[in-house]
Write a protein that binds this ligand. Structure first.
Ligand code: RB5
Length: 148
């Protein structure tokens, strides 16, 4: 699996730490920016990552902004993207099991790195349950997207 990641200026510090963490875990990643603390607009980065994840199998996205909220809202506008803003390991895990999320939104400000690592770990390692009811619910979202 390949991870595509990006942040805005508020998430940059954490993104750099996440890259080191992924490298240590020998997970391949691609960094789509930002690479400076100059203020940027989070949708530009979220949409770039989301488009790439939607087009490529076996890829997942990780997005970091101040809260994780803006990035997640923007990513969810791209067809085929199911993004979660996770503040704990439980929501990250369940978002994989029930919702087959393919993008993880993280909070870059005032949040402990150890918790972030736990969230990333569980999110990357937990498979989708594949259960019929969950597939059916995801299909409803997909069908709605395709009508628009
Ligand atoms: C930028 O100040 C901040 O609004 C952004 O990083 C993010 O938290 C938006 O949801």
């Amino acid at each position: 699996m390949r991870v595509i990641l990006a942040s805005d200026h508020a998430g940059l510090r954490l993104k750099e730490k996440i890259k080191k963490y992924l490298a240590r875990k020998k997970i391949e990643y691609e960094d789509l920016g930002t690479n400076s603390f100059k203020s940027v607009d989070y949708p530009d980065y979220a949409l770039k990552v989301a488009e790439k994840v939607a087009k490529n199998n076996n890829t997942r996205g990780i997005l970091v902004c101040g809260t994780g909220t803006g990035m997640t809202i923007a990513a969810n506008k791209v067809k085929g993207i199911r993004a979660v803003a996770a503040y704990d390991a439980y929501s990250a895990k369940m978002s994989r099991i029930d919702n087959d999320t393919n993008v993880l939104g993280l909070r870059g400000r005032f949040f402990p790195l150890e918790k972030i690592k736990k969230i990333i770990n569980v999110w990357l390692d937990t498979p989708f349950s594949g259960e019929k009811r969950h597939k059916w619910r995801i299909k409803k979202i997909r069908d709605y997207e395709m009508k628009r």
